[in-house]
Design a protein around this ligand. Structure first.
Ligand code: ATR
Length: 291
């Protein structure tokens, strides 16, 4: 029951109607018997500062920030965790005595899901990332901070891959190399990689027939991961599965970014498998396309 003791957590962003986080966190808190409530609040960028001022005065203990304000929110926080500062965006905030402390759990969520589900030791592997946008930044920075052996960043716009690689090499660990998507060199580097990760939105509903890479380049020894979880099995993952590759769906990142946020807010270990089961149930309930 919600009462004055209830610890509130807000999801801030716009629009929020398709969010899975609200149901995932509230069902999880309920199962654990914790007096927390996760509340979606649609707010446009121009209203963010006002909403945060109000939130600090209420019984909120944390926040999730989603698109489009993961970067602009940084100017409104009191402290920012080191990795989140390097990534340059915040998706999770802990509120302690009216102070807002920012974290980024997106990269950690992805990397943790690979480590837990696929038993991957990042320090012994070469990664090939498609895309060089915000999601790639979070994932590549986190992989680099885990001492990844090598990270190729292949992007349609080479300059963005180049800028990001340089930044990671300077700030975190000298392991990134930029590539032009689908170039001869990129094809060679893919052949030397163990794990392919799509961080572009290609393949996401309604654009389900698109993919950033020539699917003929897949080979069965690759582990293929996608951050898109709607549909769960993207065109890339279906093709990879047909080739005999191990595949890693976007549910892994989604659940683990939420699990890491839960730990930041509550200070206790997240029941990751139970949270994953809740998300799988939501996907069926909402009749998401599972291919
Ligand atoms: P996000 O924050 O979700 O990562 P983003 O920052 O807009 O989103 O990044 C989107 C990424 O997908 C970019 O790397 C983009 O490539 P460009 O830098 O060339 O724009 C990539 N992307 C988007 N549409 C693409 C397409 N049709 N083909 C190849 N890459 C595409």
């Amino acid at each position: 029951m919600i009462n004055t003791e209830t610890k509130l957590i807000a999801l801030l962003g716009y629009p929020l109607e398709h969010s899975f986080s609200t149901q995932m966190h509230n069902e999880n808190f309920k199962k654990l018997g914790m007096n927390y409530y996760y509340l979606p609040i649609e707010v446009k960028s121009e209203g963010l500062a006002d909403v945060l001022t109000g939130i600090k005065r209420m019984n909120f203990v944390g926040l999730n920030i989603t698109k489009p304000d993961k970067v602009v929110v940084m100017d409104l926080l009191d402290e920012i965790d080191t990795l989140a500062s390097k990534i340059g965006s915040v998706n999770t905030v802990k509120i302690i005595n009216g102070k807002l402390i920012g974290y980024n759990t997106d990269g950690e969520g992805f990397v943790r899901s690979l480590e837990l589900d696929k038993k991957i030791d990042c320090s012994k592997n070469t990664f090939f990332i498609l895309g060089a946008g915000g999601a790639c930044r979070a994932i590549a920075m986190t992989l680099a901070s885990r001492n990844a052996e090598k990270i190729y960043i292949a992007n349609r716009t080479f300059a963005s891959a180049e800028i990001l690689s340089k930044e990671i090499n300077e700030k975190v660990n000298d392991c990134c190399e930029p590539l032009e998507l689908n170039s001869e060199k990129a094809i060679q580097c893919l052949n030397n990689s163990a794990i392919l990760i799509n961080t572009t939105s290609l393949g996401m509903l309604p654009d389900i027939d698109s993919c950033a890479i020539d699917l003929n380049l897949l080979r069965k020894e690759l582990i293929v991961a996608d951050i898109v979880y709607n549909p769960v099995k993207t065109k890339l993952l279906s093709a990879a599965e047909e080739k005999g590759c191990i595949i890693h769906t976007g549910i892994g990142m989604f659940v683990n970014q939420g699990a890491k946020a839960f730990e930041i807010w509550t200070g206790i270990d997240a029941p990751v498998n139970e949270m994953k089961a809740i998300v799988e149930k939501i996907i069926v309930e909402r009749k998401q396309v599972i291919r």
